[in-house]
Design a protein around this ligand. Structure first.
Ligand SMILES: [Zn+2]
Length: 165
């Protein structure tokens, strides 16, 4: 039966060997180890186990790990390139948005003229422009929703640009 002090020493041995004990505690452990065979034996075993663990080779990486990793990186790159290709041309979208903005402005103009009863026949240049814009808006179905959303943003964001055109 080992005395309580041995239990204490053995409970702090790992920290002692790792040099994590404060100096006074480390001294107490060192003094005990000097006169206690059982604890010294325990300390030696612990140290040997640690050394074995330090020397043990790292678990081998499964064969083909690097290749699989690289393949995944390439996959991700290709996926991103594909996404970029599928995105409609940014400049085209902006052009469409500004045209839509002009068209909407003209539509507002037409509505105002219609309310005042000044435009009945497609005779004035403004009304011809508006009918062309309406044709364009019908064609705009071909554009993606984002262009329309951007046009709406443009109209709500800067109304003077739409009406000033
Ligand atoms: Zn002891």
């Amino acid at each position: 039966m080992s005395p309580p002090v041995c239990h204490w020493v053995q409970s702090v041995l790992a920290a002692y060997l790792a040099g994590e004990l404060k100096p006074s505690t480390a001294d107490a452990v060192r003094r005990h180890l000097a006169r206690c065979d059982e604890c010294r034996k325990y300390a030696t075993e612990l140290e040997e186990t640690w050394n074995l663990l330090d020397e043990a080779p790292l678990p081998p990486v499964r064969p083909g790990f690097t290749e699989r990793m690289m393949a995944r990186v390439v996959e991700e790159k290709e996926l991103r390139a594909l996404e970029a290709r599928m995105r409609p041309n940014r400049i085209l979208r902006q052009v469409a948005a500004s045209v839509l903005g002009v068209a909407a402005g003209l539509l507002i103009g037409l509505a105002l003229y219609s309310w005042t009863g000044q435009l009945r026949e497609p005779k004035s240049p403004i009304e011809r422009e508006v009918s062309r814009s309406i044709t364009f808006l019908e064609d705009a179905d071909l554009l993606d929703e984002i262009a329309v959303i951007e046009a709406i943003d443009r109209l709500t964001g800067s109304t003077d640009r739409a009406s000033g055109a």
